[in-house]
Design a protein around this ligand. Structure first.
Ligand code: G4P
Length: 547
């Protein structure tokens, strides 16, 4: 049946001459690669679990719960980081649903890891935004949404916890439209609030979906309808709720934009489903929506040319590196988003940065139940490649062509601290540890030109603690982080002679990052403004492309 659906989709696309995107091979066209964005506690873990359940990746609810709870407290978070195996296999999860292959890429939960999150979002084609029906759009949701907006990612919204007291449906929709400046179209409409919530009217398929309060794991009962006036309605919906539903749906149809796949794919319209993840309600409808309306694998920006997913040659890029899964072996897994082609295990790919061939003999595909050797992968898939440090964030792999994927930035850190080893004799060890974390993307490491020691930059305070604990755990090296005299870092670019001259007269402010690029450190925005004024030939950059 999978092949048949794929073939049918293929024929329909062939007939659709209005579309100017390439017609993808069925195996690629059925892939949906996405992430979930949400504020902590909105229900991301619970929803993920139900996805896996319906995707046949787990047999029973409750198997991924531990992760959500572990995330909640700081000490447990550290414990989870120690237990790297868990976080790795949860970094990407693949499962099949209704003929589609879903690749769900996990976004780090804590607000401190925004850069990591940003890079994760470069590896997906769409995002599911989960909000709590009682709380609406919360701060972390807003931040993550903004990151999605930078890439015009299509967004599908799931309004969760409808089994509890929730806000008025129009209020929730208004809030999303106003706070996030995106049009919202209801894919379903809730019937009743809180204790009286009985289910939803499926506006896209003209169906009634009824929640089973007695059994949390039971999927909703579906009643096919012929419009809102269908007499079957009255058999299932109490009179007062039915009158309210008809009135609200009529208003919604008048006031809100209709569903439009093109607007969804362009990132200007988000369909919203109402449900309750814990009660397994609304989840299948959402999955159905992701499959039917969500984007196929998209073209990847690269230089000197864009990569199209339908190209027969294989290519992919590293968006995340996780190191020291086993401290004894110092191994790393590079997470690669496949950008084109059909990869088969054992293939030799070119590591474009070093121009060296790499035999990819033991790639890992993240089928949620456990890690499995990947025999093959298609454009859109996420593959883990164990390596000893050759693969870095931003690296491109191809079948030989010198393509470099673009758009994976490194941000200037917002917090800088000096890092010292407890034992001064261990400075070399410390350098090695810091370099490795910087390659992993966990921190920026700057070596000041004049003073000894290292300046470490991160985006959130918690990262210093995580780093200190990992350096001690993985390298047996106690370290101290101390306040630095600097608060901002900027990468300096421009003609080499101008950079050299600038470096010479500002030595006390200059450092090198781990690629040897010149960085200007300061504590005053005023300094940055002055340099930009006095040295128009130089640029002080707050971001740097990783490649
Ligand atoms: P997160 O990953 O986004 O942080 O959220 P998570 O799924 O861990 O859910 C946060 C809390 O919300 C959990 O409760 C979870 O059970 C609850 N929850 C998730 N979906 C729903 C829903 O549809 N309705 C209701 N009423 N609650 C929901 P908890 O008390 O923190 O944990 P637990 O005791 O339930 O395990």
């Amino acid at each position: 049946p999978i092949a048949r659906i794929g073939a049918l989709a293929y024929i329909l696309r062939m007939l659709d001459h209005s579309s100017n995107s390439p017609v993808l091979p069925p195996e690629i066209a059925r892939r949906r690669t996405f992430a979930i964005i949400s504020h902590p506690d909105a229900g991301k873990t619970t929803l993920t679990e139900k996805f896996l359940l319906y995707g046949g990746a787990i047999q029973m609810a409750g198997q991924v719960r531990a992760k959500g709870e572990a995330r909640r407290t700081r000490s447990d978070f550290m414990q989870m980081e120690k237990d790297r195996g868990i976080s790795v296999s949860a970094s990407a999860m693949s499962f099949d649903f209704d003929g589609y292959r879903f690749n769900l890429v996990d976004t780090p939960g804590h607000s401190d890891f925004s850069e990591d999150t940003y890079r994760t979002l470069t590896a997906v084609d769409a995002a599911v935004m989960v909000i709590d029906g009682a709380k609406g759009v919360e701060s972390q949701t807003q931040k993550l949404f903004e990151v999605c907006r930078l890439r015009d990612l299509p967004i599908m919204t799931f309004c969760n916890k409808m089994d509890r007291e929730s806000r008025d449906t129009f209020d929730i929709i208004d809030e999303i439209q106003e706070n996030l400046a995106i049009d919202v179209t209801p894919a379903s409409w809730p019937i009743g609030v809180g204790r009286d919530f009985i289910g939803c009217y499926d506006m896209l398929n003209d169906r009634l979906e009824l929640m089973d309060r007695a059994d949390r794991n039971k999927v909703a009962k579906t009643v096919r309808l012929d419009g809102l006036d269908d007499p079957k309605m009255a058999e299932h919906v109490p009179q007062d709720l039915l009158a309210q539903l008809r009135e609200e749906v009529e208003m919604a149809r008048e006031l809100l934009p209709p569903f439009d796949r093109k607007a969804l794919l362009e990132g200007t319209l988000t369909p919203i489903w109402f449900g309750s993840a814990i009660n397994s309600f609304g989840v299948k409808e959402l999955m159905d929506g992701i499959g039917r309306y969500g984007p196929e694998p998209q073209p990847q920006s690269a230089t000197p040319r864009q990569i199209s997913p339908d190209e027969t040659k294989v290519s992919g890029f590293v968006f995340k590196v996780q190191a020291n899964m086993d401290p004894k072996h110092r191994d790393r897994v590079a997470f690669v988003r496949m950008a084109s082609g059909h990869f088969k295990r054992g293939m030799k790919l070119t590591h474009v940065r070093s121009k060296k061939p790499m035999a990819i003999s033991n790639p890992v595909l993240f089928l949620a139940s456990d890690r499995e050797l990947a025999e093959e992968a298609w454009a859109g898939d996420i593959m883990g490649i164990p390596n000893h440090g050759q693969l870095r964030i931003g690296d491109t792999l191809t079948e030989g062509e010198a393509l470099r994927v673009t758009g994976i930035p490194s941000f200037a850190p917002e917090l800088l601290q000096t890092c010292r080893a407890g034992d001064p004799m261990k400075a070399k060890h410390l350098e090695k540890a810091l370099m490795q974390f910087s390659e992993e993307g966990a921190a920026k490491v700057f070596k000041p030109m004049l003073s000894s020691g290292f300046i470490v930059g991160v985006v959130g305070q918690l990262q210093f603690e995580v780093l200190a604990s990992r350096i001690e755990l993985e390298y047996g090296l106690p370290v101290r982080f101390e306040p630095s005299q600097f608060t901002s870092a900027r990468w300096v670019t421009g003609p080499q002679a101008a950079i050299d001259k600038f470096v010479n007269v500002n030595k006390g402010h200059i450092a090198e990052d781990n690629d040897g690029d010149v960085v200007y450190l300061t504590r005053l925005q005023w300094d940055i403004d002055r340099i930009e004024r006095d040295h128009p030939e130089l640029t002080l950059n707050a971001t740097k492309e990783m490649m």
